[in-house]
Design a protein. Structure first.
Length: 242
């Protein structure tokens, strides 16, 4: 199977939401195949369906001063931060075409597969990563007295078998911006980035290298051949790309 992949660069959050809506409709109507958007956002906080607004620690006035938008959205999970240096992935897939062990995959299976993509991608940079039971996302592996740290967040929405929203991997993200929130409602663990965790003798954790790693591993985990497209090769993306 073919996976359409578009790298859009930096896109404001409202445009990203609208683009996902168009892609979901097109995938549901079978006008496009499975598609993965990779992009960055300007600073923004998003509140998922299970969010508690008290997990935003900054005042509305301070957020406005910093130019940080706030959006309430329909993905799962609590509050999270997106910003420059963070690779955001929005897979728009028809899960009805996927099976695992002879059965159709469900929401939990899908999240575990996204985690696997990111764990393998981090492995390309010699950064060991793991899942933690009861906590969605991808985490570093604790060593000695150090605790594991969250390096990637996941929050998805599935409607009529079609996925939207997805994952956010901290590559060269300014981690101080996470002080605006209690990330994903988890107060007892810190966040980190690929840049901080990678060693000097590993592949350099640039955004370009990370995009290539994620694209490659996404294709392997979801058993799709990745087809890189320009932003104007899907008709519905032309307006967003101008």
């Amino acid at each position: 199977m073919i996976l359409n992949l578009l790298h859009l660069g930096r896109v404001d959050y409202t445009t990203g939401l609208d683009l996902q809506r168009q892609l979901v409709e097109a995938r549901l109507e079978n006008r496009i195949g499975n598609t993965l958007l990779l992009l960055e956002h300007p600073p923004v906080l998003t509140l998922g369906r299970n969010s508690n607004r008290s997990n935003i620690l900054a005042t509305d006035e301070f957020l406005a001063y910093r130019g940080v938008e706030v959006h309430e959205i329909n993905r799962g999970g609590d509050v999270t931060y997106h910003g420059p240096g963070q690779l955001v992935g929005y897979p728009v897939l028809d899960l009805r075409g996927f099976t695992l062990g002879g059965r159709r995959i469900g929401a939990v299976d899908y999240v575990r597969l996204l985690e696997e993509v990111l764990i393998r991608s981090l492995g390309d940079f010699a950064v060991p990563a793991q899942r933690i039971s009861g906590r969605t996302g991808v985490w570093t592996i604790a060593g000695g007295s150090a605790q594991e740290k969250k390096v990637a967040a996941i929050g998805v929405h599935i409607s009529r078998g079609i996925t939207s929203h997805g994952f956010a991997l901290n590559v060269t993200t300014e981690l101080r911006d996470f002080e605006l929130i209690v990330p994903c409602g988890i107060s007892d663990r810190a966040v980190t980035s690929l840049e901080l965790e990678a060693t000097a003798d590993a592949m350099v954790p640039t955004m370009e290298n990370t995009i290539n790693a994620v694209a490659r591993q996404f294709g392997r985990v979801f058993e799709h051949q990745v087809l890189w497209l320009e932003s104007d090769q899907l008709p519905i993306t032309r307006a967003a790309a101008r």
